[in-house]
Design a binder for this molecule. Structure first.
Ligand code: NAD
Length: 511
């Protein structure tokens, strides 16, 4: 049986692998009765399949943790807390730097695993690895600089006392992530949590957990002390056990808004600190003065990167009447030119720019939403194509819907697949009203040559991050997070560190 260290190639995966239910204090822990894991395929609570998204083949199995293992992992993190939170930030920073170096050195293997289980094209998989390394580097530098950890004096209107504010690690952090950017969402949580002095229990998505198993090995190899980072595996039932655990002090969750609501309710029980990065239904606005070629390129990237499985997908495209026909003609050419295909190793299609969806269930879900939307009055403007050579992988052709009614679910709901809607507008006020007509508020993109108009859009669009004439650039220095149903709290940046710290104050008599 292959181990996690050897599974990052399709050849090794052909023999199948079973990933342990948990990794506690650096030690993989198998589920009870796991010896016969492969004979229990029907039992979703013990092990679920991991797929090669490009071929549809089952390449391994992920065991699920039970309540006892979740408890053991949280207790291990709790025990490790006293020592880790008092470790000097500079020492934590050196370990984070080492993790960034090891990620970079292992780039090919990590990207290969992303491509295997998510079907990402090589460029997208490589960007994810770079993003993860950059995040560890950023928080390493914050730790090494130490300023972010120093107490700050308060100016008080009373010279008989002094005041200071200081920051302390929140405690044990439960980190729960989805499958669409497993390396990235995990790095965005683990790096600031460790920087802050929190110990963690991570629960990856059972569909893409091999990536996090590899990351956990890297963290171990970097020399992070045992029990500071622990892993429990499984689906929502394991996540729920984790969020309910009384020794968890902080939950950072990335996933759907529906699950986020349950997480928030669970957190309320013990008043756990909570950061929620949830769904979106974001807009891309093309003004009449826009460079249409650039607008098309940004629309393709915003809607079809990662086969549209992005919280930040700008799947509501608003185009000014004056450039609508020109935009649609160029958009159609670009969408028809998208090469949908497998990208992983032996199946490499060097021209593939869009991979498959993550699994059959996700494709079925997206297709059902599309059918529902079409029945309710939306119509397809044009479609890309899927080559027959794509075989049994979870592929789907990119699809563009024109002028759907504003109450159509394809316009209002997060589809999480390669489906974009286009609508025309006549005035900026109309475009902003249409863009803001949603309870989500994650991101927005504006394409315009007019800087003053861009400034107005930036302030009037209800979104955590607005891109102006750029692709979806994300830097660890800039925060990430949404308004409304897109979540609460911010990741990345200094705020990302602070989200794993308690802000405290002291006032002392000068005498
Ligand atoms: P999901 O909500 O089904 O699952 C996300 C994670 O939460 C998984 O690990 C899952 O096992 C776990 N989970 C599910 N129910 C839970 C519960 N009750 N308690 C605790 N944990 C639970 O989401 P998904 O389908 O894996 O991911 C897609 C969603 O994630 C989309 O809505 C997307 O917009 C969102 N997302 C948001 C961001 C962001 O930064 N805002 C980034 C990536 C993905």
């Amino acid at each position: 049986m292959a181990t996690i260290s050897t599974i990052a190639t399709p050849a090794a995966c052909e023999s199948g692998f079973v990933l342990p239910a948990a990794t506690i204090a650096g030690t993989p822990v198998r589920a009870r009765g796991a010896e016969d894991t492969q004979d229990t395929r029907g039992d979703a609570h013990r092990a679920t399949p991991i797929f090669n998204a490009s071929t549809g083949a089952t390449i391994g199995w992920q065991e699920h943790a039970n309540a006892a293992l979740v408890d053991e992992a949280v207790r291990a993190a709790h025990t490790a807390l006293a020592s880790w939170r008092t470790t000097a930030p500079a020492k934590r920073g050196k370990l984070l730097k080492k993790i960034a170096e090891l990620i970079d050195a292992d780039r090919a293997r990590l990207a290969s695993m992303q491509m295997l289980v998510s079907g990402k094209p090589p460029l997208e998989a490589d960007i994810d690895v770079s993003d993860a390394a950059a995040t560890f580097n950023y928080y390493a530098d914050l730790c090494l600089d130490a300023k972010a950890f120093a107490p700050e004096a308060l100016a008080l209107p009373d010279d008989t006392v002094t005041g200071e504010r200081f920051y302390e690690a929140v405690g044990v952090a439960a980190l729960i992530v989805p499958w669409n950017f497993p390396m990235v969402t995990t790095a965005w949580k683990i790096a600031p949590a460790l920087a802050a002095g929190c110990t963690v229990v991570l629960k990856p998505s059972e569909l893409t957990s091999p990536v996090e198993h590899m990351l956990a090995e890297i963290i171990n190899e970097a020399g992070v002390p045992d029990s500071v980072v622990n892993l429990v595996n499984g689906g929502g039932e394991v996540g729920a056990l984790l969020t309910a655990h009384p020794l968890v002090d902080k939950i950072s969750f990335t996933g759907s808004t529906a699950s986020g609501k349950k997480v928030m309710q669970a957190a309320a029980q013990d008043m756990k600190r909570v950061t929620l990065e949830l769904g979106g239904k974001s807009a891309l606005i093309v003004r009449a003065d826009a460079d249409v070629e650039r607008a098309v390129s940004l629309a393709v990237g915003g809607a079809f990167t990662n086969a549209g499985q992005m919280c930040s997908a700008t799947a509501r495209i608003l185009v000014h009447d004056d450039v609508y026909r020109k935009f649609m003609a160029a958009f159609e050419t670009a969408v028809r030119a998208i090469v949908v295909g497998p990208s992983q190793n032996t199946h490499v299609n060097p021209n593939a720019t869009m991979g498959p969806l993550v699994c059959a269930a996700q494709r079925t879900r997206v297709q059902a939403l599309v059918e529902q939307g079409l029945r309710a009055g939306a119509s397809v403007a044009f479609l890309g194509s899927v080559d027959h050579a794509c075989g049994d992988g979870f592929f789907m052709a990119p699809m563009v819907i024109a002028e759907p009614p504003t109450d159509n679910l394809l316009w209002t709901d997060e589809i999480f697949g390669p489906v974009a809607c286009v609508k025309s507008f006549r005035t900026d006020e109309e475009a902003i009203a249409l863009a803001n007509d949603t309870r989500y508020g994650l991101v927005a993109t504006v394409v315009t040559a007019d800087r003053e108009a861009a400034r107005r859009y930036k302030t009037q669009l209800r979104a955590g991050l607005v891109w102006i004439n750029t692709p979806q650039l994300i830097f660890p220095q800039a925060c990430w997070g949404g308004l409304g149903l897109s979540g609460t709290g911010r990741e990345l940046g200094l705020a990302g560190l602070r989200s794993y710290q308690e802000l405290r104050h002291a006032i002392a008599d000068v005498g």
